[in-house]
Structure formats: structure tokens, C-alpha cells
Design a protein around this ligand. Structure first.
Ligand code: C2O
Ligand code: CU
Ligand code: CU
Length: 501
């Protein structure tokens, strides 16, 4: 076998060096630092996911139909890539709903295996959450329904079948779920979808020689999972956006399985962070860099000058540690080009006050808990579908102390709630962590104290998840389950899954 072929067979198509030792299993992989700055041709218009259509039923609920299906997607010249999508072949439509509306979904599974759709960041009954207990069997349809009851935010949806989340997401399932309310509507932030309010689902993929997605996992230090060498935005490789207004809002989602992005612009210009996972910040925060770990979102507003061209990039980040290079932390990646028109229509200035800041710091704390993440476990235990780890009391505020104890990158996501980061290692959190969050990066060794209030939707038998959002870790068991209990209720037992269609 030719050396090149041998390398491909091991899944290393690019960069780095591989040393085959006499032991056979001793394959050493040292990933070269990737630097695509200035090397991406940016010759395709950014694909904008369509807004999902809906109908209104007799009760006034908005009903959306989402079909999960396999397909072929043409990302680049040559063969099409076998992918999965929602109402299409890759990713899915952007769902948009307003606070106070009742929404219902008909989620049908056109795959040949179980999957699910979870509404990441949504406050809703656990039985509607789309987590590992709400599997949609192959050929089946699932009809969750709830009332949107939280501030405007950029949320998202993705599969959450235990053990297969990484695979299902890598194949292409997922999409944005934008919530609106009076505050954002009155805010004068850029808001024309796809024009000056642009969704950006940022993902990395590795392609094999036949343009198929390859699960390229570095063997040494590859404990984070798949790291791809090409960046896609909404499924477009090398996208450009034609800018027509002075200000543009970008809704960024790190939709990757494992890669961390440290966003910035090619001229290091300042941009304004206006919203985090759970909605608007109380005031904009100006920065040149913003990192997002898998699952996190940010809304930023960028100012453009007539006629200029500028690239959104991911820059090296400080979180890599010794194995960081292998896991992509030293990489510099060109993501998207913005091409400003020769005349730009003016935009209203970014308001100096935006949303309502988290307010849990002074609350009475009903319970403190601690969570240690290490070795694909939380507090020394792996996820078990039939074990509910604890119950929280409805209406109370809890503080969770979370620490990443093993040196690799982890993050922490909690279903049902948006939390406030009270402190990081005893200090005030960085400005971009001062808004409502549902997912937070855990820098190795640091203690994150998260405050959250549980309200409504009690159910002793239907758990919500908390987990690391690096999908390999989640699949491997770095996840736990909790229930929200009413006065006097006790933790119940997880309902046995019953398959029906
Ligand atoms: Cu985005 Cu439990 O997940
Ligand atoms: Cu979630
Ligand atoms: Cu992890």
C-alpha cells in the first residue's frame, strides 16, 4: 500500500505527520497548525436557511412540519456528499416564533434509525424537550407542543439520541430557532432576516477523497472528537455576504461537534456583542475577539465602510493546553467574507441599553450542588438512561459549582433554564459571560458558579439533561438527568420508552 493511501485509510488526509511504529497500533499523529487566512476563495454566496413555514390550527397554535431525511448535498466540485437534513438535505429551516405563542411540531423521521430533535435553550416541559427520552423512531412522527415563555433569543435545534448525537449532527441535522419579543422588536437592532440580520451556523467538516464526510479524529489528544479542516457556514464552504447596510447583525452558532472558534475580523476591528445564548445583554459590549464553544450562540453587530471587504475568522485561542494544537486551538481559519456595497444605507445606532441583565445574584439559594467533569463522566458517574440524578424544587434558585477537572476542553449545558454565571474562580466573569447563558465553556481547573431558577413544568418522571456539549463526551456519558418537582413531590422513575408511529 502506498504511504498516501495508508494515511488516508487511517483518516488523515491532511497536514501533520504520521509515524507508523513497529507495534502496529502505535500511530502517532501530530497535526500541523492549520492556517487558511487568505487562502479561501470565497466564491459562493452564503446560503441562508429558509424560514420555516407554519399553519395556524383551530386553537391558534402555530404548527410546523419538520421532516428529517437523508439526501445528497453538493458542497464542492466533484461528487455530492451523502448528508442528512430537515426539510432539505443539509441542516434545516430557521424556526421563528414570538414570546407568548403556542407552537406545535410534526417531526417525522424519514431515516432508517431512531433520532430526535431537541430545542436547545428552550424553557418547556421535559416531555417536549426532544432529549434522549423523546426518540422519534424510524418512520414515526412526534408532536411536541408548548407555549413560548422566555425572552427573545437565538436558540437552536438538533438531534439528541443517546450515543448517536455526534453522528447525527455531523451528518447535518440541526437548525436555528429564533425567538422574538417586544424588547427586540423595539430595539432598532438590524432585523431583516438574511439581509442585515444574518444567521451563521458555523461548523467544521473533514472530507475524504470522494467528498464524503470523514470522522477525522486525531489519535493523540483526539479526546475531543472530530476536528475538520474546512469551515462551513450554513452548509456553504467559502461563503461571501453582500453587505448593503452600515450595520449588520450576525447570529453566530457554534454548530461543530468539538471545535472551539475564537471569532474576530481580519483587520481586528471592534464589534459589539449584543446577545448571548439566552437573549440580549443589558448593554452592548465592544470587543475584537469572542470565543464560542460547541452549542453556544452570540449575536454581534458589525459596522462596515462602503466598498470594503473583510473576513470573519477564527483565531488561535488560549484554551488549548499542551494538546491544543492537535485539537485545533492554534488554527487560524478564514470563515466568511463580507463585501460592502459602494453605498450603504444607514442603520440606526446600536442602542446603549438592550435587554434585562441576569438578576439572580441576590436571590435566596435553595440548594448548592457541585459538578466535576472528568473522564467522560460527571461526579464519577456515566449517564444512565434510567437514573435520575436529582430533583430540584420548582420556583427555587440553585447555584451549581461546575469544574472541568481533567485538562481537556469541556463545556456545560443545562436544559430548560438560562443561567447566570455568578463567578469564575471567585472572580467576576468576563463581560461576554454576564448575560443569560445555557452553555458555558469550562476552562480547565476553573470553578464556574452558575445560578438558575426553575419555574413551572414540574414532572417527577421526565428528566432534563445537563451535559458537556462536546458531542463525543456527551455520547460517551458525560451527561446527567434532573427533574423539576412540585411541592411535596419526589423523584420518580423514567417512563419506559414505548415505540409507536
Ligand atoms: Cu444542545 Cu442537551 O443539548
Ligand atoms: Cu439543550
Ligand atoms: Cu467534554
Amino acid at each position: 500500500m502506498k504511504r498516501r493511501t495508508a494515511l488516508k485509510a487511517f483518516g488523515f488526509g491532511i497536514g501533520g505527520a504520521v509515524v507508523l511504529t513497529s507495534g502496529g497500533l502505535g500511530v502517532y499523529y501530530y497535526a500541523a497548525k492549520l492556517d487558511t487566512a487568505g487562502k479561501v476563495s470565497f466564491d459562493k454566496a452564503l446560503s441562508i436557511p429558509p424560514l420555516a413555514e407554519s399553519t395556524t390550527d383551530a386553537s391558534g397554535a402555530r404548527v410546523f412540519t419538520l421532516g428529517i431525511q437523508p439526501g445528497d448535498t453538493r458542497f464542492k466540485a466533484g461528487s455530492a456528499t451523502r448528508t442528512w437534513g430537515v426539510n432539505g438535505t443539509y441542516l434545516g429551516p430557521t424556526i421563528r416564533a414570538r414570546r407568548g405563542e403556542q407552537v406545535e411540531f410534526a417531526v417525522s423521521n424519514g431515516l432508517d434509525q431512531d433520532t430526535s430533535l431537541h430545542w436547545h435553550g428552550m424553557h418547556l416541559p421535559a416531555a417536549m424537550d426532544g432529549g434522549p427520552h423523546q426518540v422519534v423512531p424510524a418512520g414515526g412522527t412526534w408532536r411536541p407542543r408548548w407555549t413560548v415563555d422566555q425572552p427573545a433569543a437565538t436558540l437552536w435545534y438538533h438531534p439528541h439520541v443517546h450515543g448517536s448525537t455526534a453522528d447525527h449532527m455531523y451528518r447535518g441535522l440541526g437548525g436555528l430557532f429564533i425567538l422574538d419579543d417586544e424588547t427586540t422588536e423595539a430595539s432598532k437592532l438590524p432585523s431583516e432576516y438574511g439581509v442585515d440580520d444574518i444567521p451563521m451556523i458555523v461548523q467544521d467538516r473533514a472530507f475524504d477523497g470522494n467528498n464524503q464526510f470523514e470522522k477525522r479524529v486525531p489519535l493523540l489528544g483526539g479526546a475531543l472528537g472530530v476536528i475538520g479542516d474546512e469551515v462551513l457556514v450554513n452548509g456553504t464552504i467559502g461563503p461571501y455576504v453582500d453587505v448593503k447596510t452600515r450595520l449588520v447583525r450576525l447570529r453566530l452558532l457554534n454548530g461543530s461537534n468539538a471545535r472551539l472558534y475564537n471569532f474576530g475580523f481580519s483587520d481586528d476591528r471592534t464589534f459589539s456583542l449584543v446577545a448571548t445564548d439566552g437573549g440580549l445583554l443589558s448593554r452592548p459590549w465592544n470587543t475584537e475577539r469572542l470565543y464560542l464553544s460547541p452549542g453556544e450562540r452570540a449575536e454581534i453587530v458589525v459596522a462596515f465602510k462602503p466598498g470594503e471587504q473583510i473576513e470573519l475568522r477564527s483565531y488561535p485561542s488560549e484554551y488549548g493546553g499542551t494538546l491544543g494544537r492537535i485539537n485545533g486551538f492554534d488554527d487560524r481559519l478564514d470563515i466568511c467574507r463580507f463585501r460592502a456595497a459602494d453605498t450603504l444605507s444607514d442603520s440606526a445606532d446600536i442602542p446603549s441599553t438592550l435587554g434585562v441583565a441576569p438578576d439572580l445574584a441576590g436571590e435566596k439559594v435553595a440548594k448548592e450542588r457541585s459538578f466535576v467533569l472528568a473522564s467522560d463522566q460527571i461526579n464519577g458517574r456515566s449517564m444512565a438512561m434510567d437514573r435520575i440524578d436529582f430533583g430540584v424544587r420548582e420556583g427555587t434558585v440553585e447555584v451549581w459549582d461546575v469544574v472541568n477537572d481533567n485538562g481537556f476542553l469541556h463545556n456545560f449545558h443545562v436544559h430548560d433554564v438560562q443561567f447566570q454565571v455568578l463567578t469564575v474562580d471567585g472572580g467576576k466573569p468576563e463581560p461576554h459571560l454576564r448575560g443569560w447563558k445555557d452553555t458555558v465553556l469550562l476552562a480547565p481547573g476553573k470553578h464556574y458558579r452558575l445560578a438558575m431558577r426553575f419555574r413551572g413544568h414540574t414532572d417527577p418522571n421526565s428528566p432534563y439533561m445537563y451535559h458537556c456539549h462536546l458531542l463525543l463526551h456527551e455520547d460517551n456519558g458525560m451527561m446527567g438527568q434532573f427533574v423539576v418537582l412540585d411541592e411535596g413531590e419526589k423523584v420518580g422513575a423514567v417512563a419506559q420508552p414505548h415505540h409507536h408511529s
